[in-house]
Design a protein around this ligand. Structure first.
Ligand SMILES: [Zn+2]
Length: 518
């Protein structure tokens, strides 16, 4: 993949491509020579080959880049998730390109020169390689710099150098972040405004997984993937972008006070988040997880990881249908004592095993891909399976709304749904997600976002929902809006609240408007 890409980028200057090949080969040769010594050569070569075999599979099959964020995803993914990626074709690929060459290396006898002579010889080889690298590099420096700047993705596919450096960077990162204590945020937070006729204010946030906006019929998709939500009185924000292209980035980012431009993994860990601010305002916060965890967002609030329950009604092989979340909502609602926020973290459309995300009743777009291995399915089957996951999410979110509607006499309820990132379904040969944000295709960052609010809540809290709907379809929105909009919905005043990022702020009666306190 690296060489094909490079060849494509250098079409204008074939001699530059030759210099590029020479330069990179010399650099790799120098690297291997560096590790050439008794007891070191063979294990090093085998390690390089195995890493290359595994990562080339993901490079070539899914167009996945093995960068630091991708290593983070792999490190935090659950066993069940990883299991879906280990398919017979994957095993075959690793056997042919990794294990067989490794056996050859073990079998070959390497005659090592006496140590001193070897040191001289290897140094000479390395110096020669470095010289070739420098000459090749400087002779076409302008071309290389131009291509490098225009195609930052190129070096990302250099195998196995990229995956290894990424893993090293990830380990260094996690060491540095191991003992970070989150600094307090929004400790001045408090609830304001009239209490809703004595009813507790309840917001249920459905944090979606891998749902892309392109496949939401609420946003104009040609297939009826949102039949139930279409009948609910929801406001849909058709132009919304995510903070990251992977759960491990998006979830901590969107619950943080930072915008995408300001956010970093480290800053996310160093600062309390939306859930903490709500807690400071004496809002009760609960997180029910059916996904891969909360990425430290819930370190200081009530958290339950549902797949460990292995409830036979919903779960199989360590994963559960999202119905397990809905199943818990009634009990939670029965026990609320006051203003509360419930986060339901969905498994949603998590691939590649889309077909395991929905029950038989939601297998409506057929034929659907029933394999973990996209190579076994047609594009149509993959799309059908994916659309069924959206159809099921439509049902889950709509059911949550219904549960709040049923209790409108005793609760002032609202629901917010958004996805953490999108998904590539084969566009330009890319599948799944996790592409570096800068070069990510729109399918991975354009996410669905919607809000439902009980009529009496909208009325007493002074929301003009017609205005909200107009705002929603007129402008662009993003995960940057979530933090401030939830504070707005819960009427929580604090100096960290920014009304300009609250999607409702412009559509509230001025008497009910939350201001940024000083
Ligand atoms: Zn995700």
């Amino acid at each position: 993949m690296f060489w094909t890409r490079a060849y494509g980028y250098f079409t204008a200057e074939p001699t530059a491509f030759i210099a590029f090949v020479l330069g990179i080969s010399a650099a790799i040769m120098a690297l291997f020579t560096f590790f050439s010594a008794k007891y070191v050569t063979k294990p090093t070569l085998i390690f390089f080959i195995l890493v290359a075999a595994v990562s080339s599979w993901f490079n070539d099959q899914f167009g996945v880049t093995i960068d630091k964020e991708m290593i983070r995803n792999a490190a935090v993914s659950t066993g069940a998730e990883a299991g879906h990626l280990i398919t017979p074709r994957f095993a075959m690929h690793v056997l042919l390109t990794g294990i067989l060459p490794s056996l050859v290396i073990i079998w070959v006898r390497i005659v090592h020169r006496p140590i001193l002579w070897k040191l001289v010889h290897n140094t000479a080889v390395i110096l020669a390689c470095v010289a070739v690298f420098i000459v090749a590099g400087t002779s076409y420096y302008k071309t290389f710099a131009g291509v490098g700047r225009a195609h930052r993705d190129l070096m990302d596919t250099l195998n196995p150098v990229m995956p290894i450096t990424s893993a090293v960077r990830y380990v260094i990162d996690s060491q540095r972040n191991a003992n970070v204590v989150a600094a307090p945020l929004g400790t001045d937070a408090h609830r304001v405004g009239a209490v809703d006729n004595g009813k507790p204010r309840v917001t249920i946030i459905v944090a979606g997984e891998t749902a892309r906006a392109q496949n939401f019929s609420l946003g104009g998709y040609g297939r009826p993937t949102n039949p139930e939500l279409a009948k609910q009185n929801v406001v849909y924000f058709p132009d919304t972008t995510s903070c990251g292209t992977a759960t491990a980035t998006s979830i901590p980012c969107l619950f943080s006070v930072y915008t995408r431009a300001q956010y970093s993994h480290r800053k996310g860990l160093e600062t309390q988040n939306l859930l903490d601010v709500l807690t400071h305002a004496k809002v009760d916060v609960t997180w029910l997880d059916n996904d891969t965890g909360s990425y430290n967002v819930t370190d200081r609030v009530s958290y339950t990881y549902l797949p460990t329950s292995a409830d036979p009604r919903f779960c199989k092989d360590g994963e559960c249908l999202d119905a397990i979340l809905v199943d818990k909502v009634d009990n939670w609602l029965d026990h609320i004592k006051g203003d509360s926020v419930l986060v339901l973290h969905q498994l949603g459309s998590h691939g590649p095993a889309y077909y395991q995300r929905y029950p038989e009743e939601f297998r409506r777009f057929t034929p659907d891909c029933r394999a973990n291995d996209f190579g076994k399915c047609s594009q149509e089957e993959i799309n059908n399976a994916y659309d069924n996951t959206i159809l099921y999410t439509d049902h889950i979110v709509s059911t949550v709304i219904d549960k709040l509607k049923q209790r409108s006499g005793s609760i002032s309820g609202a629901v917010m749904y958004f996805s953490d990132h999108g998904e590539s379904l084969g566009e330009n040969g890319i599948y799944l997600h996790g592409t570096p944000y800068m070069i990510a295709p729109p399918e991975q960052i354009h996410v669905p976002f919607l809000v439902w609010m009980a009529d009496d809540l909208a009325k007493t809290a002074g929301y003009d929902m017609v205005c909200v709907a107009k705002q929603a379809s007129a402008g662009s929105h993003s995960h940057d809006n979530i933090f401030h909009s939830v504070l707005g919905m819960m009427d929580v005043a604090t100096k960290v609240y920014d009304p300009s990022l609250d999607v409702f702020s412009a559509c509230r009666r001025s008497a009910n408007k939350l201001a940024q306190a000083n």
